[in-house]
Ligand binder design. Structure first.
Ligand code: ADP
Ligand code: MG
Length: 707
């Protein structure tokens, strides 16, 4: 890219020092290129004029354009509250325009009985339309100006920025920047070869940039968006695929050819239940990877309760049978301890050695784990992120399992496989399905296994939504279930494990519950994130041994806790939880043969999305369906990992969670190019190399090595 793009924004007509400073501080725009690379997030059709009686509540946050006559103007209020109010009307109604700042300037420009074009976001209260700080211009002035496009781009802004740069001014600045760039024919390098563009029907980069800012038609806008998304994802794929092939060249994966003693005797004598078809299939898939000579990178998706732990354990036995160590990393202390307990039980009589290491391991436990792992005496290490510490040195680590991977940061995971010279095989397990595109980006090029079947005999959990006003009914129901010998969870929202708030919520809730619902006859235990790990464990263990009827907890129990006799999950303030969390919590019940229930308590006032989440929970038990809905409700930006990886790639327009098709296409195209020029060293691929380097991720993280 040439000089003009790197020119500082302050020299652009209409900007100046003060605005330049604000632009840089508020939205990080310093150069002409920065400005042109911020695309509108919405467009307003400026050929469209609304009549006042067409406006309704549903349009409150959208921009509209009105054509009205001024019928009154006055000052209202005093001091800081003083505002300038302009009454306007069209043939269908009246509206009020309000200014709080810049009042003098605007007052001079408003003439009684003159007609204006007004542009802004209406608010409607009791049928009255008002607009704060609209843009306003005499009709004949507005109409005589030549517009670049009828679709006016709306650029994201901040409160401070919008005070100094209006929607229209931003548009003008972008236009001025564009004029500079167009005048310089060397400003843009088209990275894609002509024949590739023709074959894929892609607009040129220059035309796409023009149309993204100044769409010449709805169709052109669509093509422009497509081209720009393609550009970004192609850059991302060139990076990912190049790394992947260098990883494959660097060396293969460990070979685990033997199915030996540990696996066989466990399978023959100790397996506590018949594996489901899905579990068998997944174990075979893992085994196939382990004898392929390539390093395994596998994501295992399986709904809550589908039996992923057993798959993890049995595949770890495969590693052990071949003389390698294996480890499993769980996101919480409770879960790690639970894995340790159940796996120790599984491993009895197998002649293999297990150890556990967590942040709260006492000296002896820690020493046993560290020494055993370093000497090779320990075969399987179970733990939390404490496994990542530098002093954890394996003698011969061959296989790593990461449980509930969504709880770990990318960097944390990356650390695990630097624990060996040659990278171990990796299995990442999750109950929260990740959209395929996102998975491809987050994990380079991974294989996916799915457990799409629950162990037999499970009855679907029945889910109900009660408003707080129906609390007595809920208590009555708990009584019935406890009378049958069942156990109950009551969960309060937790925002962050250490926050005081949650603690308070839990205890307030607990107290008010004890008032309304006398519980002396019940045995209650409490578990929350502020407790010491050993106290948490003690509380959980008590509940697990059926020495408590009710476990009152924050969502520390969200993942993995396994108490088959618990049949009721009450979730307080359920509207405050996300869908996947609700689903995870619900998965704590329904683990035995008894009918289980999930009761979602909520306040009477629910947001639209809050209501949709609770309705979805009542309608389905299918985690995959829920995660798709979650994606729709929240938008891709909020899905775990999207933001993280999108930022890492500094994507402007492509969306890792939803642009699946383009991602697939760019992947194919990247592989095609790299097949003949893996380093993009050929002169004709120079522009592609630049594109690749532009979307290179932060140097420290190599996503493609993260399973
Ligand atoms: P998740 O996939 O959520 O991690 P778990 O591995 O904790 O699920 O398994 C949930 C429960 O189902 C556990 O109590 C486990 O022992 C049991 N389970 C797993 N596989 C089977 C099976 N094939 N048949 C019966 N019960 C099973
Ligand atoms: Mg699990």
């Amino acid at each position: 890219m040439s000089g003009v793009l790197q020119r500082e924004i302050k020299y652009l007509a209409g900007v100046g020092e003060a605005r330049a400073r604000l632009l840089e501080r508020e939205v990080g725009v310093r150069t002409i290129e920065d400005l042109l690379m911020r695309f509108p997030y919405r467009y307003v059709d400026r050929s469209r004029l609304f009549r006042l009686n067409e406006l309704d509540e549903s349009m409150e946050s959208t921009y509209v354009q009105l054509r009205c006559r001024v019928v009154g103007k006055s000052y209202v209020g005093e001091g800081a509250k003083k505002r300038f109010v302009v009454e306007v009307s069209d043939a269908t109604g009246q509206a009020e325009l309000l200014w709080f700042h810049g009042v003098k300037w605007i007052e001079k420009r408003i003439e009684m009985q003159r007609e204006y074009l007004i542009f802004g976001r209406p608010s409607i209260f009791k049928g009255r339309v008002s607009m704060v700080h609209p843009e306003i211009e005499p009709v004949e002035v507005a109409l005589s100006r030549k517009v670049e496009s009828n679709f006016q781009g709306i650029y994201s802004t901040t409160e401070k920025l919008s005070q100094m740069i209006s929607v229209k001014m931003m548009h003008t600045l972008v236009y001025n920047a564009w004029q500079l760039v167009v005048a310089d024919s060397t400003a843009f390098v088209e990275p894609l070869a002509e024949d590739m563009r023709r074959r894929l029907g892609l607009m040129s980069l220059k035309e796409a940039l023009y149309n993204i800012h100044f769409p010449q038609s709805a169709e052109k806008l669509k093509q422009a968006q497509y081209r720009l998304k393609f550009n970004e994802l192609f850059g991302v794929q060139l990076t990912i695929q190049a790394r992947r092939s260098s990883r494959h060249q660097r060396g293969g994966g460990f070979l685990f050819p033997r199915v030996g003693e540990a696996f066989n005797s466990f399978y023959r004598d100790k397996l506590p239940f018949a594996l489901t078809g899905a579990q068998q299939r997944v174990i075979k898939e893992i085994r196939a990877d382990m004898i392929s000579g390539k390093q395994m990178n596998r994501l295992l998706q399986g709904d809550v309760g589908s039996g992923k732990t057993m798959v993890a354990f049995m595949s770890m036995l495969l590693a052990v049978d071949n003389g390698f160590q294996a480890c499993i990393m769980a996101p919480t202390e409770i879960l790690a301890r639970q894995h340790y307990a159940s796996m120790s039980r599984f491993a009895e009589g197998l002649n293999i050695k297990l150890a556990i290491l967590t942040g709260s391991s006492k000296a002896k436990e820690r020493r046993m784990a560290l020494e055993g792992i370093a000497s090779g005496e320990v075969d399987i290490l179970i733990g939390t992120h404490a496994l990542l510490e530098d002093r954890v040195q394996f003698a011969n680590l061959g296989y790593v399992v990461i449980d509930e991977q969504h709880r770990f940061g990318v960097e944390q995971r990356a650390k695990l496989w630097t624990k060996n010279q040659q990278p171990p095989h990796i299995l990442v397990m999750t109950a929260t399905p990740i959209p395929r595109t996102l998975a491809m980006t987050l994990y380079g090029d991974l294989e996916v296994s799915v457990i799409d079947e629950l162990p037999p005999g499970r009855q679907p959990i029945r889910t109900y939504h009660y408003f707080d006003s129906m609390r007595l009914r809920m208590f009555g129901f708990l009584r019935q279930e406890i009378a049958k010998g069942r156990q109950v969870y009551i969960v309060y929202p937790l925002i962050k494990e250490s926050e005081k708030m949650d603690y308070k919520d839990l205890y307030d809730g607990f107290e008010s519950m004890s008032r309304d619902f006398p519980l002396p006859q019940y045995r209650i235990t409490v578990c929350h994130g502020k407790m010491k790990p050993e106290d948490k464990d003690a509380a959980m263990a008590q509940f697990k041994r059926d020495e408590a009827d009710i476990l009152i907890a924050t969502s520390v129990i969200e993942v993995g806790v396994d108490v088959p006799n618990a049949t009721v999950m009450v979730i307080e303030s359920a509207e405050r939880f996300g869908l996947s969390q609700l689903h995870q919590l619900r998965g704590r019940v329904g683990r035995g043969g008894e009918q289980s229930y999930c009761i979602l308590m909520s306040g009477d006032k629910l947001s639209k999305e809050g209501r949709a989440r609770l309705e979805a929970m009542c309608a389905t038990n299918d985690g995959f369906q829920l995660s798709e809905l979650d994606l729709k409700l929240r938008g891709a930006g909020d899905i775990h990992g999207t933001q993280q990886s999108g930022d890492a790639f500094s994507l402007n327009i492509a969306n890792l969670a939803t642009d699946t098709q383009i991602m697939e296409l760019t992947r194919e195209e990247a592989l095609r190019v790299l097949a003949t020029d893996s380093d993009l060293a050929k002169p004709e691929n120079r522009a592609l190399r630049e594109l690749r380097d532009k979307y290179r991720k932060r140097e420290t993280i190599d996503f493609s090595d993260i399973s």
